[in-house]
Write a protein that binds this ligand. Structure first.
Ligand code: C2E
Ligand code: MG
Ligand code: MG
Length: 439
Protein backbone atom coordinates (compact mmCIF):
# COMPACT_ATOMS: atom_id res chain seq x y z
CA UNK A 1 0.00 0.00 0.00
CA UNK A 2 2.81 2.39 0.89
CA UNK A 3 4.34 1.76 -2.50
CA UNK A 4 1.01 2.40 -4.25
CA UNK A 5 0.42 5.63 -2.30
CA UNK A 6 3.83 6.96 -3.24
CA UNK A 7 3.39 6.01 -6.88
CA UNK A 8 -0.01 7.65 -6.98
CA UNK A 9 1.17 10.95 -5.55
CA UNK A 10 4.03 10.92 -8.05
CA UNK A 11 1.99 10.10 -11.18
CA UNK A 12 -1.18 11.94 -10.16
CA UNK A 13 -3.25 8.85 -11.02
CA UNK A 14 -5.97 8.07 -8.50
CA UNK A 15 -6.43 4.90 -6.51
CA UNK A 16 -9.02 3.36 -4.22
CA UNK A 17 -9.18 1.05 -1.28
CA UNK A 18 -12.24 -1.19 -1.04
CA UNK A 19 -12.94 -2.70 2.35
CA UNK A 20 -15.10 -5.77 1.74
CA UNK A 21 -16.84 -7.45 4.66
CA UNK A 22 -19.07 -10.53 4.39
CA UNK A 23 -22.54 -10.00 5.83
CA UNK A 24 -23.54 -12.45 8.59
CA UNK A 25 -20.49 -14.65 8.18
CA UNK A 26 -20.32 -15.58 11.87
CA UNK A 27 -23.66 -17.30 11.74
CA UNK A 28 -22.49 -19.40 8.78
CA UNK A 29 -19.56 -20.69 10.82
CA UNK A 30 -21.88 -21.40 13.74
CA UNK A 31 -24.41 -23.29 11.67
CA UNK A 32 -22.39 -25.34 9.18
CA UNK A 33 -18.98 -25.36 10.81
CA UNK A 34 -15.62 -23.76 10.14
CA UNK A 35 -14.62 -26.12 7.30
CA UNK A 36 -17.55 -25.02 5.22
CA UNK A 37 -16.89 -21.39 6.21
CA UNK A 38 -13.34 -21.75 4.91
CA UNK A 39 -14.67 -22.98 1.57
CA UNK A 40 -16.82 -19.88 1.27
CA UNK A 41 -13.81 -17.67 2.04
CA UNK A 42 -11.81 -19.44 -0.65
CA UNK A 43 -14.50 -18.87 -3.22
CA UNK A 44 -14.87 -15.24 -2.16
CA UNK A 45 -11.13 -14.74 -2.68
CA UNK A 46 -11.27 -16.31 -6.14
CA UNK A 47 -14.25 -14.24 -7.20
CA UNK A 48 -12.65 -11.04 -5.90
CA UNK A 49 -9.51 -11.72 -7.90
CA UNK A 50 -11.73 -12.21 -10.95
CA UNK A 51 -13.31 -8.76 -10.49
CA UNK A 52 -10.12 -6.70 -10.72
CA UNK A 53 -7.25 -6.22 -13.14
CA UNK A 54 -4.04 -8.21 -12.75
CA UNK A 55 -2.26 -5.06 -11.59
CA UNK A 56 -4.71 -4.52 -8.69
CA UNK A 57 -4.29 -6.15 -5.31
CA UNK A 58 -6.63 -8.41 -3.35
CA UNK A 59 -5.79 -9.25 0.24
CA UNK A 60 -7.33 -10.79 3.31
CA UNK A 61 -6.24 -9.00 6.46
CA UNK A 62 -8.29 -11.35 8.63
CA UNK A 63 -11.44 -13.38 9.33
CA UNK A 64 -14.21 -12.42 6.92
CA UNK A 65 -12.64 -9.14 5.77
CA UNK A 66 -10.98 -8.52 2.44
CA UNK A 67 -9.23 -5.43 1.14
CA UNK A 68 -8.99 -4.65 -2.55
CA UNK A 69 -6.62 -1.96 -3.76
CA UNK A 70 -7.23 -0.41 -7.18
CA UNK A 71 -4.43 1.54 -8.80
CA UNK A 72 -4.00 3.66 -11.88
CA UNK A 73 -7.52 5.13 -11.88
CA UNK A 74 -8.30 8.48 -13.52
CA UNK A 75 -6.68 11.68 -12.32
CA UNK A 76 -9.98 13.45 -11.67
CA UNK A 77 -11.52 12.48 -8.31
CA UNK A 78 -15.06 12.15 -9.65
CA UNK A 79 -14.01 9.92 -12.50
CA UNK A 80 -11.88 7.83 -10.15
CA UNK A 81 -14.90 7.52 -7.85
CA UNK A 82 -17.06 6.32 -10.73
CA UNK A 83 -14.46 3.74 -11.69
CA UNK A 84 -14.13 2.52 -8.10
CA UNK A 85 -17.90 2.34 -7.84
CA UNK A 86 -18.11 0.23 -10.98
CA UNK A 87 -15.64 -2.27 -9.55
CA UNK A 88 -17.55 -2.19 -6.25
CA UNK A 89 -20.81 -2.97 -8.04
CA UNK A 90 -19.12 -5.78 -9.91
CA UNK A 91 -17.89 -7.23 -6.61
CA UNK A 92 -21.35 -6.94 -5.04
CA UNK A 93 -22.82 -8.84 -7.98
CA UNK A 94 -20.10 -11.51 -8.11
CA UNK A 95 -20.14 -12.23 -4.39
CA UNK A 96 -23.91 -12.45 -4.12
CA UNK A 97 -23.98 -15.44 -6.51
CA UNK A 98 -24.75 -18.72 -4.82
CA UNK A 99 -21.85 -20.61 -3.12
CA UNK A 100 -22.00 -24.33 -3.78
CA UNK A 101 -20.87 -26.21 -0.67
CA UNK A 102 -20.70 -29.96 -0.20
CA UNK A 103 -24.00 -30.25 1.59
CA UNK A 104 -25.95 -27.19 0.49
CA UNK A 105 -26.07 -23.99 -1.55
CA UNK A 106 -25.10 -20.96 0.51
CA UNK A 107 -26.23 -17.41 -0.18
CA UNK A 108 -24.40 -14.42 1.17
CA UNK A 109 -23.85 -10.74 0.51
CA UNK A 110 -21.11 -8.24 1.32
CA UNK A 111 -20.83 -4.63 2.44
CA UNK A 112 -18.14 -2.47 0.87
CA UNK A 113 -16.51 0.75 2.08
CA UNK A 114 -14.48 2.78 -0.41
CA UNK A 115 -11.76 5.35 0.29
CA UNK A 116 -10.02 7.12 -2.57
CA UNK A 117 -6.39 8.09 -2.49
CA UNK A 118 -4.18 10.22 -4.65
CA UNK A 119 -4.59 13.94 -4.19
CA UNK A 120 -3.50 14.16 -0.56
CA UNK A 121 -0.73 12.45 1.35
CA UNK A 122 -2.68 10.00 3.49
CA UNK A 123 -0.93 7.36 5.51
CA UNK A 124 -1.65 3.66 5.16
CA UNK A 125 -3.42 3.36 8.51
CA UNK A 126 -5.58 6.40 7.96
CA UNK A 127 -6.71 5.10 4.59
CA UNK A 128 -7.59 1.67 5.98
CA UNK A 129 -9.59 3.30 8.76
CA UNK A 130 -11.50 5.41 6.25
CA UNK A 131 -12.40 2.43 4.09
CA UNK A 132 -13.45 0.45 7.16
CA UNK A 133 -15.56 3.28 8.50
CA UNK A 134 -17.28 3.59 5.12
CA UNK A 135 -17.89 -0.17 5.21
CA UNK A 136 -19.70 0.25 8.56
CA UNK A 137 -21.88 2.89 6.93
CA UNK A 138 -22.69 0.39 4.19
CA UNK A 139 -23.70 -2.14 6.87
CA UNK A 140 -25.81 0.53 8.55
CA UNK A 141 -27.53 1.24 5.25
CA UNK A 142 -28.87 -2.31 5.18
CA UNK A 143 -25.89 -4.39 3.94
CA UNK A 144 -25.31 -5.71 0.40
CA UNK A 145 -24.30 -2.21 -0.68
CA UNK A 146 -21.34 0.14 -0.91
CA UNK A 147 -20.50 3.51 0.60
CA UNK A 148 -17.77 6.08 0.04
CA UNK A 149 -15.82 7.58 2.89
CA UNK A 150 -15.81 11.03 1.30
CA UNK A 151 -19.32 12.53 1.66
CA UNK A 152 -18.95 14.62 -1.50
CA UNK A 153 -18.05 11.49 -3.50
CA UNK A 154 -21.01 9.73 -1.97
CA UNK A 155 -23.19 12.67 -3.01
CA UNK A 156 -21.99 12.37 -6.62
CA UNK A 157 -22.68 8.64 -6.65
CA UNK A 158 -26.09 9.06 -5.02
CA UNK A 159 -27.08 11.73 -7.53
CA UNK A 160 -26.02 9.44 -10.37
CA UNK A 161 -28.05 6.58 -8.93
CA UNK A 162 -31.09 8.87 -8.66
CA UNK A 163 -30.62 9.99 -12.26
CA UNK A 164 -30.38 6.39 -13.39
CA UNK A 165 -33.53 5.40 -11.49
CA UNK A 166 -35.30 8.44 -12.94
CA UNK A 167 -34.27 7.46 -16.45
CA UNK A 168 -35.51 3.90 -16.03
CA UNK A 169 -38.84 5.30 -14.92
CA UNK A 170 -38.80 7.77 -17.81
CA UNK A 171 -38.53 4.89 -20.27
CA UNK A 172 -41.52 3.19 -18.73
CA UNK A 173 -43.62 6.33 -18.43
CA UNK A 174 -42.66 7.63 -21.85
CA UNK A 175 -41.35 10.93 -20.58
CA UNK A 176 -39.20 11.52 -23.64
CA UNK A 177 -39.82 13.91 -26.49
CA UNK A 178 -38.15 14.60 -29.76
CA UNK A 179 -37.39 18.21 -30.65
CA UNK A 180 -36.52 19.23 -34.18
CA UNK A 181 -33.97 21.82 -35.19
CA UNK A 182 -34.05 23.14 -38.76
CA UNK A 183 -31.20 22.68 -41.19
CA UNK A 184 -31.10 25.31 -43.94
CA UNK A 185 -29.29 25.99 -47.21
CA UNK A 186 -27.64 29.23 -48.34
CA UNK A 187 -30.95 30.79 -49.37
CA UNK A 188 -32.42 30.06 -45.93
CA UNK A 189 -34.64 27.32 -47.30
CA UNK A 190 -35.29 24.54 -44.80
CA UNK A 191 -33.88 21.27 -46.09
CA UNK A 192 -34.55 19.15 -43.04
CA UNK A 193 -34.16 18.93 -39.30
CA UNK A 194 -32.07 17.23 -36.66
CA UNK A 195 -34.00 15.18 -34.13
CA UNK A 196 -32.84 16.04 -30.61
CA UNK A 197 -33.95 14.06 -27.59
CA UNK A 198 -35.49 15.77 -24.57
CA UNK A 199 -36.54 14.35 -21.22
CA UNK A 200 -39.65 15.98 -19.85
CA UNK A 201 -39.21 15.34 -16.14
CA UNK A 202 -42.37 15.82 -14.05
CA UNK A 203 -40.58 18.00 -11.46
CA UNK A 204 -37.44 19.26 -13.14
CA UNK A 205 -39.05 20.21 -16.45
CA UNK A 206 -37.02 19.80 -19.57
CA UNK A 207 -33.69 18.03 -19.08
CA UNK A 208 -30.96 18.38 -21.72
CA UNK A 209 -29.51 15.24 -23.27
CA UNK A 210 -26.03 16.53 -22.46
CA UNK A 211 -26.93 15.74 -18.85
CA UNK A 212 -28.19 12.22 -19.34
CA UNK A 213 -26.88 10.75 -22.62
CA UNK A 214 -23.54 9.63 -21.11
CA UNK A 215 -25.31 7.73 -18.32
CA UNK A 216 -27.89 6.36 -20.72
CA UNK A 217 -25.03 4.99 -22.80
CA UNK A 218 -23.26 3.46 -19.83
CA UNK A 219 -26.38 1.69 -18.59
CA UNK A 220 -27.43 0.49 -22.04
CA UNK A 221 -30.72 2.33 -21.63
CA UNK A 222 -29.65 3.93 -24.92
CA UNK A 223 -30.94 0.82 -26.71
CA UNK A 224 -34.67 1.25 -25.94
CA UNK A 225 -34.42 5.05 -25.98
CA UNK A 226 -32.51 5.12 -29.27
CA UNK A 227 -35.04 2.77 -30.81
CA UNK A 228 -37.84 5.07 -29.71
CA UNK A 229 -36.12 8.14 -31.23
CA UNK A 230 -35.65 6.27 -34.51
CA UNK A 231 -39.28 5.14 -34.57
CA UNK A 232 -40.50 8.65 -33.77
CA UNK A 233 -38.34 10.25 -36.45
CA UNK A 234 -39.41 7.71 -39.07
CA UNK A 235 -43.07 8.21 -38.22
CA UNK A 236 -42.55 11.94 -38.61
CA UNK A 237 -40.92 11.41 -42.02
CA UNK A 238 -43.79 9.24 -43.14
CA UNK A 239 -46.29 11.91 -42.06
CA UNK A 240 -44.36 14.62 -43.90
CA UNK A 241 -44.19 12.50 -47.03
CA UNK A 242 -47.95 12.96 -47.47
CA UNK A 243 -47.68 16.76 -47.45
CA UNK A 244 -46.21 18.16 -50.68
CA UNK A 245 -44.72 21.19 -48.90
CA UNK A 246 -42.84 18.99 -46.44
CA UNK A 247 -42.12 15.83 -48.42
CA UNK A 248 -38.57 16.91 -49.30
CA UNK A 249 -37.44 17.34 -45.67
CA UNK A 250 -34.85 15.02 -44.19
CA UNK A 251 -34.42 14.09 -40.53
CA UNK A 252 -31.02 13.53 -38.96
CA UNK A 253 -30.98 11.14 -35.99
CA UNK A 254 -28.06 10.94 -33.55
CA UNK A 255 -26.68 7.49 -33.01
CA UNK A 256 -24.36 6.81 -30.10
CA UNK A 257 -21.46 4.38 -30.18
CA UNK A 258 -23.14 1.82 -27.89
CA UNK A 259 -26.24 1.85 -30.00
CA UNK A 260 -24.38 1.49 -33.30
CA UNK A 261 -22.20 -1.34 -32.02
CA UNK A 262 -25.20 -3.29 -30.75
CA UNK A 263 -25.64 -6.34 -32.93
CA UNK A 264 -29.29 -5.55 -33.62
CA UNK A 265 -28.66 -1.99 -34.79
CA UNK A 266 -29.00 -2.44 -38.55
CA UNK A 267 -32.20 -4.46 -38.13
CA UNK A 268 -33.49 -1.85 -35.72
CA UNK A 269 -33.15 0.90 -38.35
CA UNK A 270 -34.61 -1.24 -41.11
CA UNK A 271 -37.53 -2.19 -38.89
CA UNK A 272 -38.22 1.45 -38.01
CA UNK A 273 -38.26 2.32 -41.71
CA UNK A 274 -40.48 -0.62 -42.60
CA UNK A 275 -42.96 -0.05 -39.78
CA UNK A 276 -43.41 3.62 -40.58
CA UNK A 277 -43.16 3.45 -44.35
CA UNK A 278 -40.66 6.33 -44.29
CA UNK A 279 -38.38 6.73 -47.31
CA UNK A 280 -34.84 5.69 -46.35
CA UNK A 281 -33.51 8.52 -48.57
CA UNK A 282 -34.95 11.03 -46.11
CA UNK A 283 -33.24 9.53 -43.07
CA UNK A 284 -29.76 10.64 -42.10
CA UNK A 285 -27.84 9.02 -39.27
CA UNK A 286 -25.35 11.17 -37.35
CA UNK A 287 -22.37 9.21 -36.13
CA UNK A 288 -19.53 10.53 -33.99
CA UNK A 289 -15.84 9.94 -34.42
CA UNK A 290 -15.67 8.02 -31.13
CA UNK A 291 -17.62 5.29 -32.84
CA UNK A 292 -14.81 4.70 -35.29
CA UNK A 293 -12.20 3.87 -32.69
CA UNK A 294 -12.71 0.15 -32.80
CA UNK A 295 -13.31 -2.29 -35.58
CA UNK A 296 -13.60 0.01 -38.56
CA UNK A 297 -14.31 -2.91 -40.92
CA UNK A 298 -17.35 -3.83 -38.90
CA UNK A 299 -18.49 -0.18 -38.88
CA UNK A 300 -18.11 0.00 -42.65
CA UNK A 301 -20.03 -3.25 -43.11
CA UNK A 302 -22.97 -1.99 -41.04
CA UNK A 303 -23.00 1.40 -42.73
CA UNK A 304 -22.90 -0.22 -46.16
CA UNK A 305 -26.02 -2.30 -45.53
CA UNK A 306 -28.00 0.80 -44.59
CA UNK A 307 -26.38 2.89 -47.30
CA UNK A 308 -27.54 0.34 -49.88
CA UNK A 309 -31.11 0.97 -48.72
CA UNK A 310 -30.65 4.70 -49.25
CA UNK A 311 -29.92 5.90 -45.71
CA UNK A 312 -27.42 8.81 -45.48
CA UNK A 313 -24.62 9.26 -42.96
CA UNK A 314 -23.21 12.41 -41.42
CA UNK A 315 -20.14 12.63 -39.18
CA UNK A 316 -21.20 14.76 -36.19
CA UNK A 317 -18.96 17.05 -34.10
CA UNK A 318 -16.30 16.66 -36.75
CA UNK A 319 -12.89 17.91 -35.72
CA UNK A 320 -13.21 17.14 -32.01
CA UNK A 321 -12.21 13.46 -32.22
CA UNK A 322 -9.30 11.61 -33.62
CA UNK A 323 -10.48 10.37 -36.99
CA UNK A 324 -7.80 8.91 -39.11
CA UNK A 325 -8.04 10.51 -42.50
CA UNK A 326 -7.35 7.22 -44.24
CA UNK A 327 -10.37 5.66 -42.48
CA UNK A 328 -12.49 8.62 -43.44
CA UNK A 329 -11.80 7.84 -47.09
CA UNK A 330 -13.10 4.30 -46.66
CA UNK A 331 -16.34 5.14 -44.83
CA UNK A 332 -19.53 5.42 -46.90
CA UNK A 333 -20.25 8.91 -45.56
CA UNK A 334 -22.34 11.67 -47.15
CA UNK A 335 -21.63 14.65 -44.95
CA UNK A 336 -19.22 16.16 -42.43
CA UNK A 337 -20.69 18.32 -39.71
CA UNK A 338 -18.30 21.03 -38.47
CA UNK A 339 -18.47 21.03 -34.69
CA UNK A 340 -20.00 24.07 -33.04
CA UNK A 341 -16.91 24.66 -30.91
CA UNK A 342 -15.11 25.87 -34.07
CA UNK A 343 -18.04 28.04 -35.17
CA UNK A 344 -18.37 29.89 -31.86
CA UNK A 345 -15.21 31.99 -32.30
CA UNK A 346 -14.77 31.54 -36.01
CA UNK A 347 -14.60 35.31 -36.54
CA UNK A 348 -12.03 36.02 -33.86
CA UNK A 349 -9.91 32.88 -33.54
CA UNK A 350 -7.75 32.25 -36.58
CA UNK A 351 -7.18 28.63 -35.54
CA UNK A 352 -10.90 27.90 -35.45
CA UNK A 353 -11.34 29.58 -38.80
CA UNK A 354 -8.51 27.50 -40.24
CA UNK A 355 -10.02 24.27 -38.91
CA UNK A 356 -13.43 25.11 -40.36
CA UNK A 357 -11.78 25.89 -43.69
CA UNK A 358 -9.84 22.62 -43.53
CA UNK A 359 -13.04 20.63 -42.98
CA UNK A 360 -14.67 22.30 -45.98
CA UNK A 361 -11.67 21.51 -48.21
CA UNK A 362 -11.49 17.95 -46.89
CA UNK A 363 -15.19 17.40 -47.56
CA UNK A 364 -14.81 18.79 -51.07
CA UNK A 365 -11.91 16.52 -51.91
CA UNK A 366 -13.65 13.45 -50.48
CA UNK A 367 -16.81 14.32 -52.39
CA UNK A 368 -18.83 14.89 -49.22
CA UNK A 369 -21.33 17.57 -48.27
CA UNK A 370 -20.57 19.83 -45.31
CA UNK A 371 -22.82 21.50 -42.74
CA UNK A 372 -21.96 23.84 -39.87
CA UNK A 373 -23.74 23.51 -36.53
CA UNK A 374 -24.12 26.15 -33.84
CA UNK A 375 -24.45 29.07 -36.27
CA UNK A 376 -25.76 31.94 -34.17
CA UNK A 377 -25.03 35.11 -36.14
CA UNK A 378 -25.29 36.35 -39.69
CA UNK A 379 -21.60 37.22 -39.64
CA UNK A 380 -20.75 33.59 -38.83
CA UNK A 381 -22.97 32.37 -41.64
CA UNK A 382 -21.47 34.84 -44.13
CA UNK A 383 -17.95 33.85 -43.17
CA UNK A 384 -18.81 30.16 -43.57
CA UNK A 385 -20.35 30.89 -46.98
CA UNK A 386 -17.17 32.69 -48.05
CA UNK A 387 -15.26 29.54 -47.10
CA UNK A 388 -17.50 27.32 -49.20
CA UNK A 389 -19.92 25.99 -46.53
CA UNK A 390 -23.51 26.46 -47.63
CA UNK A 391 -25.55 24.39 -45.19
CA UNK A 392 -26.24 25.51 -41.64
CA UNK A 393 -27.93 24.66 -38.38
CA UNK A 394 -28.12 26.92 -35.36
CA UNK A 395 -30.04 29.42 -33.27
CA UNK A 396 -29.77 31.99 -36.07
CA UNK A 397 -32.34 29.97 -37.97
CA UNK A 398 -34.23 28.06 -35.30
CA UNK A 399 -33.82 26.59 -31.86
CA UNK A 400 -34.77 22.94 -31.41
CA UNK A 401 -38.57 23.01 -31.12
CA UNK A 402 -41.16 20.61 -29.76
CA UNK A 403 -43.44 20.51 -32.70
CA UNK A 404 -44.94 18.58 -35.50
CA UNK A 405 -44.30 20.31 -38.75
CA UNK A 406 -41.84 22.73 -40.12
CA UNK A 407 -43.83 25.18 -42.26
CA UNK A 408 -42.29 28.39 -43.33
CA UNK A 409 -39.62 30.77 -42.36
CA UNK A 410 -40.44 34.18 -41.05
CA UNK A 411 -37.96 37.03 -40.63
CA UNK A 412 -35.24 34.47 -41.07
CA UNK A 413 -35.63 33.54 -37.43
CA UNK A 414 -38.93 31.99 -36.54
CA UNK A 415 -40.88 29.17 -38.06
CA UNK A 416 -44.53 28.37 -38.11
CA UNK A 417 -45.03 24.94 -36.71
CA UNK A 418 -48.42 23.56 -37.61
CA UNK A 419 -50.01 26.95 -37.71
CA UNK A 420 -48.68 28.17 -34.37
CA UNK A 421 -45.83 30.57 -33.85
CA UNK A 422 -43.21 28.65 -32.00
CA UNK A 423 -41.25 30.68 -29.49
CA UNK A 424 -37.83 29.54 -28.49
CA UNK A 425 -38.34 29.94 -24.76
CA UNK A 426 -41.52 28.39 -23.48
CA UNK A 427 -42.56 28.02 -19.90
CA UNK A 428 -43.34 24.53 -18.75
CA UNK A 429 -47.08 25.12 -18.71
CA UNK A 430 -47.13 26.08 -22.37
CA UNK A 431 -44.79 23.22 -23.03
CA UNK A 432 -47.12 20.68 -21.40
CA UNK A 433 -49.93 21.89 -23.62
CA UNK A 434 -47.72 21.53 -26.67
CA UNK A 435 -46.81 18.05 -25.66
CA UNK A 436 -50.43 17.02 -25.14
CA UNK A 437 -51.26 18.34 -28.57
CA UNK A 438 -48.29 16.67 -30.16
CA UNK A 439 -49.31 13.34 -28.69
P1 C2E B 1 -25.31 17.28 -31.26
O1 C2E B 1 -25.84 16.13 -32.04
O2 C2E B 1 -24.00 17.85 -31.68
O3 C2E B 1 -26.46 18.37 -31.32
C1 C2E B 1 -26.24 19.74 -31.39
C2 C2E B 1 -26.45 20.41 -30.07
O4 C2E B 1 -26.18 21.79 -30.21
C3 C2E B 1 -27.89 20.33 -29.56
O5 C2E B 1 -27.82 20.26 -28.14
C4 C2E B 1 -28.46 21.67 -29.99
O6 C2E B 1 -29.56 22.09 -29.20
C5 C2E B 1 -27.28 22.57 -29.79
N1 C2E B 1 -27.33 23.74 -30.65
C6 C2E B 1 -27.92 23.85 -31.85
N2 C2E B 1 -27.75 25.06 -32.37
C7 C2E B 1 -27.03 25.77 -31.49
C8 C2E B 1 -26.52 27.12 -31.45
O7 C2E B 1 -26.70 27.92 -32.36
N3 C2E B 1 -25.79 27.47 -30.35
C9 C2E B 1 -25.56 26.61 -29.33
N4 C2E B 1 -24.86 27.03 -28.28
N5 C2E B 1 -26.04 25.35 -29.32
C10 C2E B 1 -26.75 24.93 -30.39
P2 C2E B 1 -28.71 19.26 -27.33
O8 C2E B 1 -30.06 19.17 -27.96
O9 C2E B 1 -28.60 19.65 -25.89
O10 C2E B 1 -28.00 17.85 -27.54
C11 C2E B 1 -26.73 17.61 -27.03
C12 C2E B 1 -26.16 16.32 -27.57
O11 C2E B 1 -26.88 15.20 -27.08
C13 C2E B 1 -26.23 16.20 -29.09
O12 C2E B 1 -25.19 16.90 -29.70
C14 C2E B 1 -26.13 14.71 -29.28
O13 C2E B 1 -24.78 14.31 -29.23
C15 C2E B 1 -26.82 14.17 -28.03
N6 C2E B 1 -28.17 13.73 -28.42
C16 C2E B 1 -29.29 14.45 -28.58
N7 C2E B 1 -30.32 13.67 -28.95
C17 C2E B 1 -29.84 12.41 -29.03
C18 C2E B 1 -30.42 11.13 -29.39
O14 C2E B 1 -31.60 10.99 -29.73
N8 C2E B 1 -29.59 10.05 -29.35
C19 C2E B 1 -28.26 10.17 -29.02
N9 C2E B 1 -27.51 9.06 -29.01
N10 C2E B 1 -27.70 11.34 -28.69
C20 C2E B 1 -28.47 12.45 -28.70
MG1 MG C 1 -26.03 15.65 -33.86
MG1 MG D 1 -22.85 18.03 -33.05
Amino acid sequence: MQHALTASSRTGRGGALLFVDLDNFKSLNDIVGRDQGDLVLLQVAQRLAGCVRASDTVSRPGSDEFVVMLEDLSEGAQEAATQAEMVGEKILAALSQVYQLASYAHHCTVSIGIALFGDRQEGVDELLQRAESAMHHAKGAGRNTLRFFDPSMQAVITARAALEAGLREAVQREQFLVYYQAQVDSSGRVTGAEALLRWFHPERGLVSPAEFIPLVEETRLILPIGQWVLDTACERLAAWADQPALAHLTIAVNVSARQFHDEGFVDQVLAALARSGARPQRLKLELTESLLVDDVDQVIAKMSVLKAKGVDFSLDDFGTGYSSLSYLKRLPLDQLKIDQSFIRNILTDTNDAAIARMVVVLAESLGLAVIAEGVETEAQRDFLASQGCHAYQGYLFSRPLPVEGLRRLRNGREYVWDGCWARAEMNSQTLSRWICRAR
